[in-house]
Design a protein around this ligand. Structure first.
Ligand code: ZN
Length: 209
């Protein structure tokens, strides 16, 4: 629910004010759930009922780091959707799973404008999108693993466009732009990620950089 952090620690570590749930694990450590805005929800239900009781728990889409995630699978998913590709990437019922930040990184790596309609993506764009999803998430996973930060620390400093409004694009030096889509920010390079439709959007590449 947008907020909340898991913390894995020893039981002697001081409890913070925002700790909502503490689970004692078999190995003596504790898994704590912290949520300073109290938006998170915890359900205690038999596994068999989880799908019915917990909103959004099921169905979960294809695991993008599994073998099932092929270009053909992505093509099938995007073909039947008319929503914006950025919205699609964050839909857990379709893909498991990308958040706001990685969706921006993926679209930048694929050179696709975030507002492009899914069913307007060309064969080449879907192939690029597939490659970008796999490479961006694999790289992120490897970096997070190497740094071995506590699980509540978001390792994000290696991201190339996310939260980098006004900074130069690593590829072409054009300034990174921010735009709103469905209440969430998009960060993208107007030059590397041109809007192909020519309708409805500002052609940022024509504006003064
Ligand atoms: Zn660029």
């Amino acid at each position: 629910m947008l907020a909340g952090r898991f913390v894995l620690c020893q039981p002697k570590k001081r409890l913070t004010k925002d700790t909502a749930v503490v689970l004692d694990l078999d190995d003596g450590t504790q898994l704590r759930y912290r949520d300073d805005v109290q938006m998170g929800k915890v359900y205690l239900v038999p596994r068999a009922k989880a799908d019915k009781v917990i909103p959004g728990f099921s169905p979960i889409g294809v695991d993008v780091l599994s073998k099932a995630f092929t270009v053909a699978a992505l093509t099938k998913l995007t073909k039947k959707r008319r929503d914006q590709v950025k919205v699609f990437l964050k839909d857990k019922k379709a893909l498991d799973a990308l958040g706001n930040a990685y969706a921006d990184e993926v679209l930048w790596a694929a050179g696709i404008h975030p507002k492009t309609r899914c069913n307007k993506l060309t064969t080449e764009q879907v192939e690029k999108l597939h490659g970008a999803i796999v490479s961006v998430l694999t790289e992120a996973r490897d970096i997070a693993r190497e740094r071995a930060e506590p699980i509540d620390v978001k390792v994000r400093d290696f991201l190339r466009v996310r939260n980098r409004k006004g900074e130069p694009c690593p590829t072409c030096q054009t300034k990174i732009r921010a735009a709103g889509v469905h209440g969430h920010d998009d960060f993208f390079c107007p030059s590397c990620q041109p809007d192909g439709t020519g309708r409805g959007f500002v052609d940022w590449s024509r504006l003064k950089r």
